[in-house]
Design a protein around this ligand. Structure first.
Ligand code: GLU
Ligand code: ZN
Length: 297
C-alpha cells in the first residue's frame, strides 16, 4: 500500500507573540506530523491588518525557531493570497453558491446570530456588502471523526446558517482563507486548538463546495486561565518567557501529558524535541476541551 504523505501545519495569527497555549498547540501539531515522517508547514494568518501587531509575524517565527520547531519549506503569508481568495469567491458566485448580503449587524443580532438567508434571492452587488456562502438544501449535518476527540457532528443550518466568506469591509473570512490554503498547501492533517472545533464543519462544507480533499482533523485542548478564559494574545501581554525555551518545551510536554523526565529541561531544545518525537503518544493527551494553563503562564 502506498502511504499518503503527511503534511501538517501551524497557522498562527500575528496579533501578538506566542503564548503558552499556542506553543503547546504548535508542538502537538509538529510532533503529530514528525512521528509520521511528515512535513510541518507554517502559515501566517495575517488577513486582518487592524488586529495585527507590528513585528508579530517575525517574532512568532523567531519564537518557533528558538524552541527548535523548524518548519519545512517557506512560510506562506495569507496577505499574499488575496487574488486566490477572490478567484475562489468568483467561482462560488458563478455556481450560485455565494451571494451578497446587505444586512447590518443590528439585524443579525436581532436574529440571535443565526442568519435567515434574507439576501439569498435579492441578487445584490458586492459594493459595501458582505458575501455569504449558501447552504445547499440537501446538505445540513456535517460529521467527521476527530482523531483526538472522536465523532463530531453539527447541523450547519441550525447553528451557523449561510455564513460570511468575505466581510463588508472587504476582508476575507478566516473560514474561507483557511480552507483555500489548507488545500493549496496540500495539508493532510490539521492539528489545532479545540476552540476551532465549531469551525471545522464550515470548512468541510467549503471543501465539498470547492471539490477539495478533506484533511483529517485532530483538536487539542486549549489552555485556559484560572477563570476558564482562553489564554489569548489579547489577555496575555507578555507571551512566552525568552531564554527559557527548554523549560517552556518541557512544561508544554507535561501539560500535553507526555510525561517528560525531569532531567530533560536541562538539555538543549533540539534534544528535547527529538526525545518528544521518539516518545509522543497521542493516547496520553488530555481529553478535555480545555485544560488550565500551568502556573506562571
Ligand atoms: N489562525 C488561527 C488562530 O491563530 C488558527 C487557524 C487554524 O489553525 O485553523 O487561532
Ligand atoms: Zn442579508
Amino acid at each position: 500500500m502506498v502511504q499518503e504523505k503527511i503534511i501538517g501545519r501551524f497557522a498562527p495569527s500575528p496579533s501578538g507573540p506566542l503564548h503558552f497555549g499556542s506553543l503547546a498547540c504548535a508542538l502537538a501539531s509538529y510532533l503529530d506530523a514528525k512521528v509520521r515522517g511528515g512535513q510541518w508547514l507554517v502559515r501566517m494568518e495575517d488577513l486582518d491588518p487592524p488586529r495585527e501587531i507590528k513585528g508579530a509575524s517575525q517574532h512568532i517565527l523567531n519564537q518557533l525557531e528558538a524552541h527548535s520547531l523548524c518548519w519545512d519549506g517557506q512560510v506562506l503569508f495569507q496577505s499574499q493570497r488575496l487574488d486566490a481568495y477572490a478567484e475562489v469567491i468568483s467561482s462560488l458566485k458563478e455556481v450560485q453558491l455565494a451571494y451578497h448580503c446587505q444586512c447590518n449587524r443590528k439585524r443579525i443580532t436581532e436574529l440571535s446570530g443565526l442568519y435567515d438567508n434574507h439576501c439569498r434571492t435579492l441578487d445584490l452587488d458586492g459594493q459595501n456588502n458582505a458575501t455569504r456562502l449558501a447552504l445547499l438544501h440537501q446538505i445540513d449535518i456535517i460529521s467527521f471523526d476527530d482523531e483526538f476527540i472522536g465523532h463530531v457532528s453539527q447541523s450547519l443550518r441550525s447553528t451557523v446558517g449561510d455564513f460570511i466568506i468575505k466581510r463588508r469591509d472587504n476582508l476575507f473570512s478566516y473560514q474561507l482563507a483557511v480552507t483555500v490554503d489548507d488545500a493549496f498547501q496540500a495539508v493532510t492533517r490539521v492539528v489545532r486548538g479545540s476552540d476551532l472545533l465549531n469551525s471545522t464543519p464550515r470548512q468541510i462544507y467549503l471543501q465539498q463546495c470547492l471539490g477539495y480533499k478533506q484533511p483529517s482533523y485532530a483538536h487539542v485542548p486549549i489552555a485556559v486561565t484560572s477563570d476558564g478564559q482562553k489564554l489569548s494574545k489579547q489577555n496575555l501581554a507578555t507571551g512566552l518567557p525568552a531564554g527559557h525555551e527548554s523549560s517552556n518545551l518541557c512544561v508544554a510536554l507535561d501539560w500535553l501529558q507526555q510525561s517528560p523526565p525531569h532531567k530533560l529541561s536541562s538539555l538543549p531544545t533540539a534534544e528535547i524535541i527529538s526525545w518528544a518525537i521518539q516518545n509522543w503518544d497521542q493516547n496520553k493527551l488530555p481529553t478535555n476541551l480545555t485544560v488550565p494553563a500551568p502556573k506562571g503562564f
